[in-house]
Ligand binder design. Structure first.
Ligand SMILES: Cc1cc2nc3c(=O)[nH]c(=O)nc-3n(C[C@H](O)[C@H](O)[C@H](O)COP(=O)(O)OP(=O)(O)OC[C@H]3O[C@@H](n4cnc5c(N)ncnc54)[C@H](O)[C@@H]3O)c2cc1C
Length: 466
């Protein structure tokens, strides 16, 4: 459909995709009547930069996104979509009629079935246990992570690595427990993951791979030094340790659960829309109801769930053109997204955290606080330069693929591309992103590569090969 003047658009979700859509509708001069229902109380913000807010590098207002022309309902949750009457019902009692409805509900953190995470009755997470998805999670972690706080991050994907690095920069003693063989398995190969691990260890993070967390140990929250009554205690628990599958116990005042995300599809499913792993959309980002669209982390296009910012924004851009008429042939063809991450070393905080590279990690040896402090002062490694990381596509070559691989252990850099059937299939840049722009363009265009030597993909003009 193309919006006509004053037609009502309701956007559920004021996150990165929803905010971008509103901005683009405004830029296209749409005269529609747009309302954004957003469960979070904050102005839209750049979620990708939450780790930098947690690390203290940015204040929250710095990552605010530009707001487009819309009526906003912050702190309001949409609870039902009545497709027959084309209206959205919200938890504050408001009822919002629409001609076009856009679901931009994002994703929820996955909370794995760890013993002690929930009580048998369900209820709240224990105090000190947090996911890392929202500004509120981030602000709470900022309050709770003090220098010396013993923190355990569960999960070594993009989120876990970002959280561990940010907590270390706040001076927390961080253990990162990752079940897989290497960090960021979706993006990195063994060599680059090993280098990333070294960089985290330089920041004072103790990294454990192939390490399964079995559960959390909690205790009743004490008010004024006295445990509350049994009933209240059941509701109010505080984490004290993490139990690993091999029986080791890690003391922890703070636990970040970073075990991936799952698209938020509940509203769509309850409204009878087609849902697979995400809300199923076609090339115009339309669901199986012609008046309802879905974009961002909640949407599944062509069997793909992206879970990344660039695709969310590209989908918003395409939908804005679809809704405003555009060229009449607007289509979303999928996004070839590049994942980027910056890990900045901060010598000041590194010196106050445990430098624990080596086979006998401090927290697993049940080191005392005093031992850790003394050893940290003696051994604190000099932090390396900030580490930039970009990864795309499939970094693991198949038998007939060509691979160009340049690693420099002294500079801590790692560059690799995989070429399949004359096209880029994947790549990793760690520590040296000089070629990232050119590579990203080549990757996004998916054009056959020219006959130039393949190492030119990774090197600047005239750069000597190692
Ligand atoms: C810490 C962190 C680091 C990340 N780093 C990267 C990165 O380096 N690179 C990258 O590409 N991506 C990264 N991502 C992922 C990226 O942030 C997401 O892909 C992006 O935010 C998706 O945008 P979205 O609008 O679909 O979802 P969101 O930004 O999550 O927005 C969805 C919004 O909808 C609201 N909502 C949901 N249901 C309702 C309802 N019923 N009523 C009202 N409101 C509702 C939610 O509260 C939320 O505000 C990161 C994510 C996190 C959390």
């Amino acid at each position: 459909m193309t919006l006509r003047e004053c037609e009502r658009v309701v956007v559920i979700g004021g996150g990165m995709a929803g905010a971008r859509l509103v901005q683009q509708l405004g830029a296209a001069g749409a005269h529609a009547d747009v309302t954004v229902v957003g469960e979070e109380p904050h102005a839209p913000y750049n979620r990708v930069l939450l780790a930098d807010v947690l690390a203290g590098q940015y204040e929250p207002d710095v990552i605010t996104l530009p707001a487009g022309p819309a009526r906003r309902l912050p702190g309001v949750r949409a609870v039902r979509v009545d497709r027959a009457c084309r209206r959205v019902v919200c938890d504050d009692g408001s009822v919002l009629p629409y001609e076009a409805l856009v679901l931009a509900t994002g994703a929820n953190p996955v909370l794995p079935p760890l013993r002690g995470l929930f009580t048998p009755e369900g209820g709240e997470l224990p105090d000190g246990v947090r996911a890392f998805r929202t500004m509120d999670d981030c602000l709470a972690l900022r309050r709770e992570a003090e220098p010396g706080t013993q923190a355990v991050v569960v999960g070594g994907g993009l989120l876990g690595v970002s959280a561990a690095r940010a907590l270390a920069r706040r001076g927390a003693q961080v253990v990162l427990a990752h079940q897989g063989e290497r960090l960021m398995e979706r993006q990195l190969d063994a060599g680059s993951a090993a280098l990333l691990r070294l960089h985290l260890e330089d920041l004072g993070v103790e990294v454990h791979t192939e390490c399964r967390v079995r559960g959390l140990l909690t205790q009743p929250r004490r008010a004024g030094g006295v445990a509350r009554s049994a009933g209240a205690a059941a509701e109010s628990r505080v984490v004290r340790a993490v139990e690993l599958a091999d029986g080791c116990i890690l003391d922890a005042g703070l636990v970040v659960v970073a075990c991936g995300v799952r698209p938020r599809t509940g509203l769509a499913g309850a409204a009878g829309l087609a849902v697979s792993r995400g809300i199923v959309v076609d090339d115009e980002l339309r669901t199986d109801d012609p008046h309802v669209y879905a974009i961002g982390d909640c949407a599944e296009h062509d069997g793909v769930l992206y879970g990344l910012a660039d695709p969310a924004q590209e989908q918003a851009d395409v939908l804005a053109r679809v809704l405003t008429g555009g060229t009449g042939t607007e289509r979303y063809r999928g996004t070839r997204a590049l994942t980027r991450l910056t890990l900045a070393g901060d010598p000041a905080t590194t010196a106050t955290t445990a430098g624990t590279r080596g086979p006998a990690p401090a927290r697993l040896r049940a080191e005392t606080q005093t031992e850790a402090k003394v050893r940290a002062e003696d051994e604190a490694p000099a932090a390396r330069d900030p580490l930039d990381l970009a990864a795309f596509g499939d970094p693991l070559p198949r038998p007939d693929d060509d691979v160009v691989h340049l690693a420099d252990a002294t500079r801590g850099t790692y560059r690799k591309v995989v070429v399949r059937d004359g096209r880029l299939a994947g790549g990793i840049l760690l520590g040296d992103l000089t070629q990232v722009g050119a590579l990203a363009r080549t990757w996004e265009s998916d054009e056959p590569l020219t006959s130039e030597p393949l190492h030119h993909l990774l090197t600047r003009d005239g750069e000597a090969l190692l």
